[in-house]
Every structure is written in C-alpha cells, then in structure tokens.
Design a protein around this ligand. Structure first.
Ligand code: HEM
Length: 325
C-alpha cells in the first residue's frame, strides 16, 4: 500500500515537472548558453537584407503578426503546403505576405553556427523586430525567446483568426480579445500601418458603390477617396498603394495623423475612431509632440509575441523553416 502511494506521488511529481517544463515562459536569456550569439547573428543578417531591400520590413513585421494570430507564435506561417495539406501560407490573408526568403536566409546563418538550437518562431520574432529597428533606431522592443516550432499549419485556420480589412470596431476588439489583447493593443498595433503597402483590392469596396448608390465610404475623406480612385480601378487586383503616402518606410506615429484626418486606408483603420478608448488614443498620438507610440508599440509587441506559444518539449526546433522535421 505504502509503496503504491509512493509510486503514485512520484508519478504526480514527474507529471508536474513535465507540465512545468512545457509551461515554461519565454526568457530574454533563453539561448544564453546554447546560442549566445543568436541576437547578433539575426541582427547582422537582417541589417544586410534591409540595406538592399528596406521595403521588406513591412511584410516581415506583418508576417510575425500573422504567425501569432494563427495557432500562436509557433512559426506555422512559414511551413510549405504539401500534396496532402494546404498550409497557412496558402490561406487567403497570407497570399499577400512576402519575405519568406529572408527568414530562410537568417535561419541558415544561425544554423551554420548553432545547428538545431534556435526555433523558426523565435527567428521570425527577432527579424520582425530588427527589420523595424532598421527603419527607426528608436523602434526597439525586447524579444523574450524560447518559442518552439509547431508541426501543424492549416490554410483554413487563417480566415477565422486574422481580421480582414473590412472589420468594424466591435469585430476587431473581439478578435484581439480572443488573443488576450486589449483595445489599447489593437489601436497601438494598428500603428504598424505607418509602413508598407496594400493591394487596392483590400479597400476598393470603400471607393466604389459603397452602399449601392455609387457612393464612397462616408468614414473616408472624400478627397482622399477621389485620389485613391485614380490609383485603383474597381476590379484592380495588382496595384500596390502606400498606406502612409510619402513616408511608408518611416516607422513613426504618422499613421494616427492620417486616421484622425479620416485617411486611414482600411475600414479597420477608420474604425479606431468609432470607440471612445481607441479614438482618444488616435487623437492623442496625432496631436502630441513627443508621442508615446514607440513605447506603447514595444509593450504591445512583446504581448503579441507571447500569444499561444509552445515551449519546453512541445513542438520542435525546425531545421528548415518551410518544412516540418
Ligand atoms: C487590426 C487589424 C488589422 C487588419 C484588419 C489588417 C489588415 C491589413 C491588410 C488588408 C493589409 C494589406 C495587405 C495587402 O493588400 O497587400 C495590411 C498590411 C500590413 N499590416 Fe495589417 N492589419 C491589421 C493589423 C496589423 C498588425 C497587428 C500588424 C503588425 C503588428 C500589421 C502590420 C501590417 C503591415 C506592416 C502591413 C504592410 C505589409 C506590406 O507592405 O506588405 N497589421 N494589413
């Protein structure tokens, strides 16, 4: 009897330890013994990429967001489809992502020095940070590490987890809340739209026949709508438009000035004016000198980077980011 109780306690202890290992939280020092140079290798490679292709910063930042919102930040967005599985990459919201080659390039540089140690999910989180940092040396946030890579990637999980550009404020808040992110995180992270471009098709619904009477979206500045109509025909699927015209490579609080002027490109950008809290934030950032945006952004990015992470002995460290081991 005594020995079976002992065995039972030992089993519980063992299971407890396993659970603890799996529930490990991310840490800034995660690779300090196994790959102490990871941050410097990633930064060096990212800087090289940014020196020749600074427009890649935007899609790389967006890629980290798209990774985190689907199955957590587990690198699942990087996995290729196979003959039997359509992966996230091929889900509709990800068809406009680019920059996968940059992740592979950085991963290869890390693997060369420390094979099999650093996950693709961590590399993506670091590259997103360093690419943004290359646009603005004040746009820094610490990246806690220790994410493991998932083995599952399903295209049909993308549409239900990633907010489309036509979402209203209630829908946006609900998606963010489902990822444990607040309205503040929503308005702050939307500030990412200070960089990058969008396909016309993500917002032409606002320009033509919005309510079926040949009108445009009343929440969009009519002069801006007119200018956008000269760039985008109703059926345009290919043209890219700068989201923060003229400064789409500068990472700053300009986005909020645009949104405040009703020049946010997507319904989801304009929607930030339809809620007291998000509206107050937009107006504050648009008005103030010495905006708090970069600080706020850093905090929200750290939070976003922790969504649904798998750690410890869960998942794997993928050798090549596009393929499950
Ligand atoms: C709040 C909900 C959001 C919606 C509805 C949304 C939607 C979109 C859409 C439709 C595009 C343009 C895609 C295209 O047509 O090429 C885009 C671009 C972009 N998004 Fe968002 N987004 C949201 C939040 C975020 C967040 C949280 C981040 C980053 C943390 C982000 C970063 C970006 C960046 C950097 C681009 C430019 C990409 C490029 O230049 O290729 N977005 N977003």
């Amino acid at each position: 009897m005594a020995s079976s109780t002992k065995l039972f306690s030992l089993t519980l202890l063992f299971l407890g330890i396993i659970t603890l290992c799996n529930a490990q939280s991310l840490s800034l020092k995660y690779y300090s013994k196994t790959c102490p140079k990871v941050e410097s290798i990633v930064k060096k490679e990212t800087d090289k990429i940014m020196a020749v292709a600074p427009t890649l910063a935007a899609p790389l930042l967006r890629m980290h967001f798209h990774d985190c919102f689907v199955r957590g930040c587990d690198g699942s967005v990087l996995i290729n489809s196979t003959t039997t599985n359509q992966a996230e990459k091929d889900g509709f919201p990800n068809l406009s992502l680019r920059g996968y080659g940059s992740i592979d390039r950085v991963k290869t540089a890390v693997e060369k020095e420390f094979p099999g140690v650093v996950s693709c999910a961590d590399i993506l989180a670091l590259v997103a940070r360093d690419a943004t940092l290359a646009l603005n040396p004040k746009a820094f946030w610490p990246v806690p590490l220790g994410r493991r890579d998932g083995r599952v990637s399903l295209a049909n999980e993308t549409l239900v987890n990633l907010p489309p550009p036509f979402f209203n404020i209630t829908q946006l808040k609900a998606v963010f809340a489902s990822k444990n992110l607040t309205s503040m995180d929503l308005v702050v992270l939307s500030g990412s739209h200070t960089i990058g471009t969008s396909h016309c098709s993500s917002f032409t619904n606002r320009l033509y026949n919005f309510t079926g009477r040949g009108d445009s979206d009343p929440s969009l500045d009519p002069n801006y709508a007119a200018r956008l109509r000269t760039r985008c025909s109703p059926t345009d699927q290919t043209t890219l438009v700068e989201m923060d015209p003229g400064s789409f490579k500068t990472f700053d609080e300009d986005y909020y000035t645009l949104v405040a002027k009703r020049r946010g490109l997507f319904t989801s950008d304009s929607a930030l004016l339809a809620d007291d809290e998000t509206r107050a934030y937009v107006l504050r950032q648009a008005r103030t000198k010495g905006s708090t945006f970069l600080n706020d952004f850093a905090k929200s990015m750290v939070k976003m980077g922790k969504i649904g992470v798998i750690t410890g002995s869960q998942g794997e460290v993928r050798r090549r980011c596009a393929f499950v081991n």
